[in-house]
Write a protein that binds this ligand. Structure first.
Ligand SMILES: NC(=O)c1ccc[n+]([C@@H]2O[C@H](COP(=O)([O-])OP(=O)(O)OC[C@H]3O[C@@H](n4cnc5c(N)ncnc54)[C@H](O)[C@@H]3O)[C@@H](O)[C@H]2O)c1
Length: 316
């Protein structure tokens, strides 16, 4: 039986990855290593944990002995655990460096020691920094602008070091902003849904004109599975979507889904110390492997809004 370790599997993207692999590989054993921070929820894995093929280990990726024990015998390690919210990184940046850099280093060292045959490291388009026009491919220089993206770029430097020095079989994936159910409501889309469910105004940073591309969590999970089968060891793959919206457009779409007037439902709040205006990546490389995005924000928003209506009480 194949054995897969997924770090951060009780979080947003991690739980979609667990669901993807549990569905498509019925003969594999999946171990989730998750510290169960505020961003995680047991209920993200609830239906899956009923199966004895899926096991949740509550622990820290910075714990070397635990990591070494868990990666031992794995056919694949998918490293998704991280501190992921940019706003938090402005006031708790050391936590971001600890989790995202030391945590990644610890997982990689454990994988090196135990000769794991394949590791997929999940990174972000934010490592490229602002891309005001056009889009960048995987060869672009990293130019992070906030403590979160800097910690993710630093993690990538550790990955590069392990590839060059030890030939650890790592593949990196850099994804656009991701959306879907089970996302903690600190991020824009669930924040909008929760605000409207609670009868509050949606807080929008600055003038709301920052632009992001939005990739469905299910599409990212499918991309990761594809990369696990067909990705070239030591390569990096951007994973993107053509869906590009300003924060204002996202909020307006969600107001429409909830049937409320946009003008009465938003408020503008102080912006981040620095807020990248736009990120944009070219994802031809993963397209060549046979992947393309198939779920789009405007087509999915009713389903997502419905999920938050049903589950909003978990976020009180
Ligand atoms: N959300 C996005 O839009 C986005 C976009 C691109 C890339 N990413 C990357 O994808 C990955 C997952 O992001 P997400 O949005 O699901 O984040 P999330 O915050 O929803 O989940 C992170 C998970 O990691 C766990 N975790 C945190 N610290 C840990 C530690 N020390 N040990 C073990 N587990 C720990 C948390 O408990 C949580 O379950 C991250 O690496 C993030 O950088 C996210």
């Amino acid at each position: 039986m194949r054995k897969i370790l997924i770090t951060g599997g009780a979080g947003f993207i991690g739980s979609h990855i667990v669901e993807q692999f549990a569905g498509s590989m019925p003969d594999c054993k999946i171990i989730v290593l998750d510290k169960m921070t505020y961003a995680a929820d047991f209920r993200n894995l609830h239906d899956l944990l009923i199966s004895d093929r899926i096991e949740l280990v509550v622990g820290d990726i910075c714990d070397y002995e635990l990591s070494e024990r868990l990666v031992d015998g794995c056919d694949l390690v998918i490293h998704a655990a991280a501190e992921s919210h940019v706003d938090n990184s402005f006031h708790s940046s050391l936590l971001f460096t600890n989790t995202n850099v030391l945590g990644t280093h610890t997982i990689l060292e454990a994988c090196r020691t135990k000769n794991v045959p394949k590791v997929i490291h999940i990174s972000t388009d934010e490592v490229y920094g602002e891309v005001l026009e056009g889009a960048v491919d995987e060869t672009a220089q990293l130019n992070p602008t906030n403590p979160y993206s800097a910690s993710k770029a630093a993690a990538e430097m550790i990955v590069k070091g392990y590839i060059h020095s030890f030939k650890v079989p790592i593949i990196m994936v850099r994804a656009n902003n991701v959306f879907g159910t089970r996302q903690y409501p600190e991020k824009l889309i669930p924040r909008c849904c929760l605000s409207l469910i609670r009868g509050e105004r949606i807080p929008l940073h600055g003038n709301g004109q920052n632009v992001r591309h939005y990739l469905a969590a299910r599409d990212l999970a499918a991309a990761i599975e594809l990369v696990s089968h067909r990705g070239q060891i030591h390569e990096t793959y951007n994973v993107g979507s053509p869906d590009e919206f300003t924060n204002l457009e996202v909020a307006a779409t969600i107001c429409e889904a909830f049937g409320v007037a946009f003008e009465d439902s938003v408020e503008f709040v102080r912006d981040r110390p620095f807020n990248d205006r736009r990120y944009a990546v070219v994802w031809d490389k993963i397209t060549a492997l046979g992947w393309r995005p198939t779920h789009f924000f405007k087509g999915e928003i009713d389903k997502i809004a419905g999920w938050y209506r049903l589950n909003h009480q978990r976020y009180v």
